[in-house]
Design a protein around this ligand. Structure first.
Ligand code: ZN
Ligand code: ZN
Length: 270
């Protein structure tokens, strides 16, 4: 049983052109796509982006004869309070193996929009975590809290600033995550492309202090070459925190996979 990437996108996401086979070709491990389910998406003209479920199933079936990987179907559920009924409705009517919970936008801007970078870091950080706290209080029917730092990717937030500005909210967010068995994702794109590894190092200790012991690693790849990017570094960080296993998901049921010995299929990096 291998540790494998549990966060990646293909052309069924509004912002990716990757093909499923781009990932399948790199590993013998299970491959789980986590396409965007995003409502009122400012990055896409305010549209609701619902992945084509039948299309994803068809694509998996078409590749099944050429690739022998186990193919799983995940979803990256973007929470936006006014769209909560639409989010719940879509999830109630589609079967997935894995649900990532994400917070990407405030209704006007995705947190990666250049406009956000012109605002004060403290203001964006506190707004982002209060949005996440209110969201996770209402909606926690997911397996994994994805990229907890998404809202501040564009800023150079120090661990000291995260503690001063964000710890009170994050403590509450992680308590709710733990209560509801949500794993904490180590998002290697955040950690090594957006240079937030030090924030993850700190957040892991807070999640553990809240009683959390479930971790996943996701590259958030939007193209093949980022599959399992920097996984060795993320695994090493988890080991430093005494973490011995990674949570993997099928039909939302957990299988814990030991970190030793590390099995890394690709040495991709951001
Ligand atoms: Zn995301
Ligand atoms: Zn993603």
């Amino acid at each position: 049983m291998a540790i494998y990437d549990q966060h990646m996108h293909t052309l069924y996401s509004f912002d990716s052109e990757a093909q499923l086979r781009d990932y399948l070709a790199q590993t013998k491990a299970p491959v789980v796509t986590t396409e965007h389910l995003e409502f009122d998406n400012p990055d896409d003209g305010g549209r609701d982006d619902l992945p084509d479920y039948a299309g994803m199933v068809r694509t998996q079936a078409a590749l099944d004869t050429n690739y022998h990987n186990e193919m799983l179907l995940g979803i990256e559920a973007g929470y936006f309070a006014p769209a909560e009924p639409r989010l719940r409705d879509y999830l109630a009517h589609h079967d997935f193996d894995l649900t990532l919970l994400s917070f990407h936008h405030d209704g006007k801007h995705d947190y990666l929009d250049t406009q956000i970078a012109t605002l004060l870091p403290k203001q964006v950080l506190t707004d982002y975590f209060s949005r996440m706290l209110m969201g996770i209080q209402r909606f926690h029917d997911a397996d994994v809290l994805a990229h907890f730092d998404y809202g501040v990717r564009q800023f150079e937030i120090t661990p000291e600033q995260l503690e001063a500005w964000g710890k009170t909210a994050l403590d509450q967010i992680f308590a709710i995550a733990v209560e509801n068995d949500l794993a904490l994702e180590l998002n290697t794109k955040s950690m090594y492309k957006w240079h937030n590894a030090a924030l993850y190092d700190l957040a892991i200790t807070w999640y553990q202090a809240a009683g959390g012991h479930l971790f996943t690693i996701g590259s958030d790849a939007h193209e093949g070459p980022h599959y399992e990017a920097n996984f060795a570094q993320a695994l090493a960080m988890l080991k430093r925190h005494g973490v011995k296993e990674i949570a993997t998901y099928r039909h939302h049921k957990r299988t814990m996979v030991p970190i030793e010995p590390p099995v890394i299929d690709a040495d991709n990096a951001y």
